[in-house]
Design a protein around this ligand. Structure first.
Ligand code: NAP
Length: 261
């Protein structure tokens, strides 16, 4: 098949990195397209409040995404839907293939495809995905109004999304596998002071339990004592980090064992 699109630069991904690259490229006079398989914004779209982006005291993730996208449009960066499946290198040009049969010919490619949510890999997780288990508090938090939820993880995502959920639900239990948090101390302090947030530390999820096809409870195991217990929860939000989205350049560039380029 022949290429049906031509650009100086193809940017794969329209998260903050891709959109910023797009603005720089367009201002430098390059013809540039951003290919995105979701919506512009990337992980930002799944984030409630962002209060550490310079110049914006507090802004919602979807609002900042839209502002960045409008900025790219002001500079004429082309934007297209595209789930990239393969990139091939032909020396002076590269070809970028998408699953909608578009083939882009370009002088250069910027890979800004970001990452996807990691899964715990425990029983019940796949079966109850979308039936109580979620990876996006902003999208699904409202389904659990006045109910009890757990958040798994100890990074900034877990702690900040727990704070977001605490405004909606009855109680949030943060389940984290050790005592120390990877999250910023300021966020941890806010969570510790919140009356609706409790902690289950040194604890890992053993399984998610269902009733009538929906999440009913979470079995957690204390890694110090070895004891297990059941936490009643209608919702579970998993924030245990990210895995890079880089399959489409496997073999083309050097990667570590996790797929980071
Ligand atoms: P992260 O910082 O990698 O934290 C992942 C957390 O999940 C860690 O506490 C980790 O525990 C835990 N974890 C990992 N695998 C686990 C497993 N299999 N079972 C149980 N727990 C597990 O990920 P993130 O919170 O998604 O953040 C990603 C990046 O985005 C970070 O650089 C973060 O600072 C940044 N971020 C920033 C903001 C902000 O500044 N506003 C907001 C969100 C995210 P251990 O600590 O024991 O390894």
């Amino acid at each position: 098949m022949e290429p049906n699109q031509q650009y100086d630069l193809v940017i794969i991904g329209a998260g903050p990195a891709g959109m910023t690259a797009g603005i720089y490229a367009a201002r430098a006079g390059l013809s540039v397209v951003m290919l995105e398989k979701g919506a512009p914004g990337g992980q930002m779209l799944n984030t409630a409040e962002i209060d550490n982006y310079t110049g914006f005291e507090t802004i919602l993730g979807p609002d900042l995404s839209m502002k960045m996208f409008e900025h790219t449009q002001k500079h004429g960066v082309a934007y297209a839907y595209g789930n990239v499946t393969k990139v091939t290198d032909h020396g002076t040009y590269k070809l970028v293939y998408t699953d909608s049969n578009e083939i882009y010919q370009t002088k250069a490619v910027i890979i800004a495809s970001g990452a996807k949510n990691k899964r715990l890999g425990v029983p019940g997780e796949d079966e109850l995905a979308g039936r109580g288990i979620s990876w996006c508090a902003v999208c699904d938090g409202a389904f659990f109004r006045n109910q009890d939820v757990v958040v798994v993880g100890g990074g900034n995502s877990a702690v900040e999304e727990a704070l977001y959920l605490a405004n909606i639900v009855n109680q949030v239990t943060i389940i984290h596998r050790r005592q120390q948090f990877r999250a910023d101390q300021a966020a941890v302090n806010r969570a510790k002071a919140h009356p609706k947030i409790v902690f289950e530390l040194d604890a890992v999820v053993e399984r998610f339990n269902e009733e009538n096809g929906k999440l009913k409870s979470v079995t957690v195991k204390n890694v110090v004592t070895g004891k297990t217990k059941e936490l009643i929860a209608q919702g579970a939000f998993i924030y245990i980090g990210l895995l890079p989205v880089s399959d489409f350049v496997k073999g083309l560039v050097d990667m570590d064992e996790y797929g980071y380029i």
